[in-house]
Design a protein around this ligand. Structure first.
Ligand code: GAL
Length: 634
């Protein structure tokens, strides 16, 4: 597969007379792909029964004639006003029971059958008309499922669908009552029709109820997407893609991705740093115009797994965005760096968002490759530079890493349902482990829990809510070093404490007797240096302590290749634990200077300098915001 570039374009935003010139300039810049259509529903169907596809025919023809390959989006993220008027109860309700209104986007509930029928109808029309169009070389379903907190809805449609879901899962109200422990506060149900949604309860709802609702909500997104892919598959052979997001965990991307050919995600490094990262002010200041050095890479590695090896960037920041609290511009070189970083992690295609900055509506302060007057914005030259560079290095792909980090979406829901410590966040825990691996110069595969572990010399499984017997057996039998925990396997799928007490790993005599969560700033020192924070588990059993608190109490125990970690390590302790595990696993580590990160692809080593000053790697200079490529033997 060759590395390619593309751009997001909205022909419906611009006079038709300039489409051909836009297309010519895209090709001139070295772009191959153009994504269109994902918000165009009101111009395709201005009112019920009124179809206007002629402009889209001409847009596709114009772009295709210039030599571009079109990614056509289904427009279901932006239902027009008449669809809402026809289905006034299609809006999602928030946890306070308020409808989320018209006037922006994603104003729909995944469970609403009337809206689903409208989606099926418009997708069928598009598929019939463009499924065999030679210029339409890929499809995008909807746009950013879950964006703007839209996975979960407390509508009547969601409630009815949830009752059905419960009936299918539990078969009888008695079985549900037993599984959830509804005897606890006289919460027993006599019929599935009595079950409500877990919002607006007096105090917290039963965590089993809340968790079931989170599983259901994820399933609804997966089913909504599948309704579209089933139609598209009947009419096209082009690959089907969805554009996922950064740090969105509300639905199971692995499950959704099964219906798609390629995973893609929308990468806004500086927006994420300002808006979506747990980082102190010094860190944010250091990377203000570069973005965090690990956040993009983590998602590249995650979505490579979601796409079963095939993944793209569907949108990448080309300049300042509009949606973070503050929106600095990328340092010169960063647009190129981000693009190469995606390729180094195996991306086939990187598309920029967007072609021309829109002078109107919500995103008028969001940069494009062009300014609103069509002159070039700084991102365009960097995109063109990468286009020239990939012409010399076309081959995409990356081999498996030696380190695997397990990521599990239900665990993110579980610890939101029951954090136990207010700042216990699953993504934050996994990302802390990932950062440490990267600080040690390691290339990482993020993997789903059911992935084959063969070939990995180090496997990390932090925070996994449930450990099935099969997964426990695979982890315990693995011939690389395996670090499980904290909090791993600490609940059953129905959100009860398992017996025997967790983690109950084969061959490791350790049980968590009780846990403590610690408020911010409360550290416990570890013997020999380092500290733990947030979370501490008191461990019983005869397994050998490998890391202890200064008091002598165990933090991590192990036997053979298997270790159980019963605490949340501070960064320095993560590094120590991982470096020791790597030493035992025969994996070389190389502590990285601040801002420098490595990625090995098999043939090449990429070195990325996220710092705002020049650095060097093994004697070779790397400019600020620069990329170094080194050949690897073997
Ligand atoms: C994405 C979205 C785009 C655009 C962009 C702005 O989340 O998919 O439509 O809104 O953000 O940065």
């Amino acid at each position: 597969m060759n590395r390619t570039l593309g751009v997001c374009y909205y022909p419906e935003h611009w006079p038709e007379e300039i489409w051909a010139e836009d297309a010519r300039r895209m090709v001139e810049a070295g772009l191959t792909w153009v994504r269109i259509g994902e918000f165009a529903w009101s111009r395709l169907e201005p009112s019920e029964g009124d179809a206007h596809f002629d402009w889209l025919d001409r847009a596709i023809a114009t772009l295709g004639a210039a030599g571009l390959r079109v990614i056509l989006g289904t427009p279901t993220a932006t239902p027009p006003r008449w669809v809402l008027d026809k289905h006034p109860d299609m809006l999602a309700l928030d946890a306070a029971g308020r409808a989320r209104g018209f006037g922006s986007r994603r104003h729909y509930c995944f469970s609403h059958q009337g809206y689903l029928a409208e989606c099926r109808r418009i997708v069928t029309k598009l598929a019939l008309r463009y499924g065999a169009n030679p210029h339409v070389a890929a499809w995008q379903t909807d746009n950013e499922y879950g964006c703007h907190d839209t996975t979960i809805s407390y509508s009547a449609a969601a409630r009815d669908a949830f009752r059905d879901w419960c009936a299918q899962h539990y078969q009888s109200p008695e079985a549900l009552n037993r599984a959830w422990g509804n005897v606890f506060w006289s919460m027993d149900y006599a019929s599935f029709d009595e079950i409500g949604l877990p919002n607006l309860t007096v105090t917290e709802p039963n965590p089993a109820h809340a968790m079931a609702f989170r599983r259901f909500s994820s399933d609804q997104v997966v089913a909504f997407n599948r309704a579209q892919t089933e139609i598209l598959r009947r009419h096209t052979d082009a690959p089907l893609i969805h554009n996922y997001m950064g740090r969105i965990t509300e639905f199971d991307h692995f499950a959704l991705g099964e219906a798609l050919d390629i995973a893609s995600w929308d990468s806004y490094p500086i927006g994420f740093l300002m808006d979506r990262m747990d980082a102190d002010e010094a860190h944010k200041a250091r990377y203000l115009q570069q973005g965090d050095p690990d956040f993009q890479a983590f998602h590249h590695d995650l979505y490579r797994a979601v796409g079963r090896g095939r993944w793209w960037i569907m949108e990448q920041q080309p300049g300042p965005v509009n949606w973070a609290p503050w929106n600095p511009a990328p340092l010169p070189g960063m647009v190129r760096l981000w693009t190469w970083e995606a390729f180094a992690h195996g991306a086939e295609t990187v598309c920029f968002f967007r072609w021309r900055q829109a002078p109107f509506a919500q995103e008028q302060m969001h940069a494009g490759l062009l300014r609103p007057d069509s002159s070039a914005a700084p991102g365009l030259a960097e995109a063109a530079e990468v286009a020239r560079e990939i012409a010399q290095a076309p081959q995409a792909g990356t081999k498996c890493a030696k380190v695997a980090l397990i990521f599990d979406y239900p665990s993110a829901w579980a610890w939101q349902v029951q954090p136990q410590g207010a700042d216990f966040d699953y993504f934050r825990l996994v990302f802390a482990a990932y950062r440490s691996l990267r600080r040690l110069g390691l290339s990482v595969d993020v993997i789903a829990p059911d992935t084959d572990l063969a070939g990995y010399r180090l496997v990390l499984a932090p925070g996994i809510f449930t450990l099935s017997d099969a997964l426990k057996a695979r982890l315990a039998a693995h011939d690389g070093i395996v670090i499980v925990g904290p909090r791993a396997g600490s609940k059953t799928p129905d959100f009860t404490i398992p017996l025997p007490l967790p983690p109950a790993l084969p061959g490791l005599d350790v049980a968590v007797s009780h846990v403590e969560s610690l408020p911010p700033g409360h550290l416990r020192e570890v013997a020999g240096g380092g500290a733990i924070a947030h979370w501490y588990e008191h461990l019983d059993g005869t397994a050998e302590p490998l890391v202890t608190l200064e008091t002598g109490a165990a933090v991590m125990v192990g036997a053979g290749n298997l270790r159980y970690l019963g605490a949340w390590p501070m960064p320095g302790l993560w590094d120590k634990i991982i470096a020791a595990a790597c030493a035992q696993a025969g994996l070389a580590t190389e502590p990285m200077p601040e801002g420098l990160r490595l990625r090995d692809t098999g043939r090449e080593r990429f070195v990325f300098n996220y710092a705002a000053h020049p650095q060097s790697y093994r004697g070779q200079p790397i400019p600020a915001a620069g990329v170094l490529r080194l050949a690897l033997d073997g």
